[in-house]
Design a protein around this ligand. Structure first.
Ligand code: GDP
Ligand code: IMO
Ligand code: MG
Length: 430
């Protein structure tokens, strides 16, 4: 069945939004399957910049049905603001569908996210403080409130009362915060129903109708493989499963519905928030500072400076396995242009001298590994106007080929700038 997944292979912000926008042209549907408004996906179309948090990046094509799947956690006020922002820019959002099974992010989730981070002190995770973790925790605890509950005010109020009984206790007694008023909160959420109700749908059914009709359905990942709750650098992860397997639960399809898995790779590495980062260039490093400046490496969502480092092929190889990537999209190659030499990490060395060709499962080991680099020559000229593989400088082509050979997966797309037309499509070698 014609399902295609766009998945981040690093720690997020690889350019998933721009590649989703690029591939959506050939699709009939674009589905977000996990995460929430912790995501920040940037699209640049005809010089106009779109920053999306919840609405799928296929929204700009009038024939693409954008779907927020059951695996997403939704702050309804953020969703309405985003729809208004898009409408204000002349984008028709009427096809947008929202799963009735998606869970709601409530103000107490955001408050608890802020409080737990504060109490963790120097051990904080560096979350986006959007309430993501507490919302998924409530889902797992079976005390979450779902989008469909909004359609039955009596049920909604009952569930909210029950939830607040516990949450207010925690907020007041553990964190010394003011309790949240159930009545006021219920009215605030129910007031949004007239805007939300036309979007709410059985999205699993819609996805299967499209797949059955042999139409391409694009599943747009948010966050990334090493932020995955199960496979990332726990606890420095998000609370959902961004890996390609997350599509099955988060959108309601079986694994065989997925034909194509496009792994998104930034030509170097970035991370926002805490956690291990073997190839990190510490602040003050000239190359790191150049990557931040040229790559505008500040969070789309929170404005935080992203940590930067050299491309880590050990991580990439493992991500290719975890996601069964059938191809890769390599973005931001243009950012590396001024460098005369490039380092790529091909192995790790532990503090006892052990060489690792794979990501060590034990985090204490991962924290301490030193990267083993291979040095590749830079190309030294700007490439943002290059439209074809043949026109890339030979050293840039070699960089792409090195990645392909190392991980054994074809690079099908290269990004040389943020705009739609700064995308080089690479045919598979015969
Ligand atoms: P996402 O979260 O994976 O969708 O990525 P973000 O949108 O958070 O971050 C990627 C940033 O890089 C955005 O500002 C994009 O406009 C920009 N970008 C994406 N691809 C390229 C590229 O090939 N070259 C350059 N220079 N910028 C890019
Ligand atoms: P996109 O989709 C980069 C990071 C946060 C933090 C950790 C947990 O734009 O790639 P959370 O708020 O999810 O509980 O925070 O995950 N994080 C991201 N980093 N890109 C993202 O999304 C992210 N979403 C969450 O910085 O370290
Ligand atoms: Mg982002």
């Amino acid at each position: 069945m014609p399902g295609a997944v766009i998945v981040g292979t690093q720690w997020g912000d690889e350019g998933k939004g721009r590649v989703t926008d690029y591939l959506a042209k050939e699709s009939s549907m674009c589905v977000r399957y996990q995460g929430g408004h912790n995501a920040g996906h940037t699209l640049v179309v005809d010089g106009e910049v779109f920053k999306l948090q919840l609405v799928p990046s296929g929204i700009l094509y009038p024939w693409v049905v954008p779907v927020i799947g059951n695996g997403v956690v939704v702050d309804p006020a953020v969703l309405i603001d985003e729809v208004d922002m898009l409408e204000g820019k002349g984008v028709d959002t009427r096809l947008l569908r929202l799963s009735g099974n998606a869970h709601l992010i409530m103000p107490y989730h955001q408050e608890l996210d802020r409080m737990t981070e504060r109490y963790l002190g120097k051990n904080k995770l560096g979350t986006t403080k959007r309430g993501i973790g507490p919302a998924y925790a409530d889902k797992a605890l079976r005390v979450g409130i779902r989008v469909q509950d909004l359609l039955d005010p009596k049920i909604f109020r009952e569930k909210l009362d029950l939830a607040l009984r516990e949450k207010n206790g925690v907020l007041a007694k553990v964190y010394n915060r003011l309790p949240i008023d159930a009545k006021e909160l219920a009215e605030r959420y129910l007031a949004m129903v007239p805007r939300l109700a036309p979007m709410i749908d059985d999205t699993v059914h819609l996805v299967h109708e499209a797949l059955d009709a042999q139409q391409w359905v694009l599943f747009e990942g948010a966050q990334a493989t090493y932020l995955d709750l199960d496979h990332g650098t726990y606890p420095y992860v998000t609370s959902s499963n961004p890996i390609a397997g997350g599509v099955c639960t988060g959108a309601g399809v079986g694994p065989l519905a997925i034909q194509r898995v496009v792994g998104l790779v930034k030509a170097y590495q970035t991370r926002v928030g805490s956690g291990p980062f073997p190839t990190e260039l510490l602040e003050g490093d000239a190359v790191g500072d150049m990557l931040v400046e040229r790559g505008r490496e500040f969070g789309t969502n929170t404005g935080r400076r992203r940590r930067t480092g050299w491309l880590d092929l050990v991580m990439l190889k493992h991500a290719v396995r975890l996601n069964t990537c059938t191809e890769l999209a390599l973005t931001k190659l243009d950012i590396l242009s001024p460098l005369s030499e490039l380092q790529v990490c091909v192995a790790y060395e532990g503090d006892d001298g052990t060489r690792y060709d794979h990501v060590p499962y034990h985090q204490s080991v991962l924290h301490k590994v030193k990267p083993v680099y291979e040095t590749l020559p830079g190309w030294g000229v700007e490439i943002e106007k290059v439209g074809r593989l043949e026109d890339l400088p030979p050293c840039a082509r070699d960089y792409v080929r090195f990645v392909e050979d190392f991980v054994g997966v074809h690079v099908s797309i290269v990004g040389v700038g943020p705009a739609r037309d700064q995308t080089i499509v690479l045919p598979r070698a015969a």
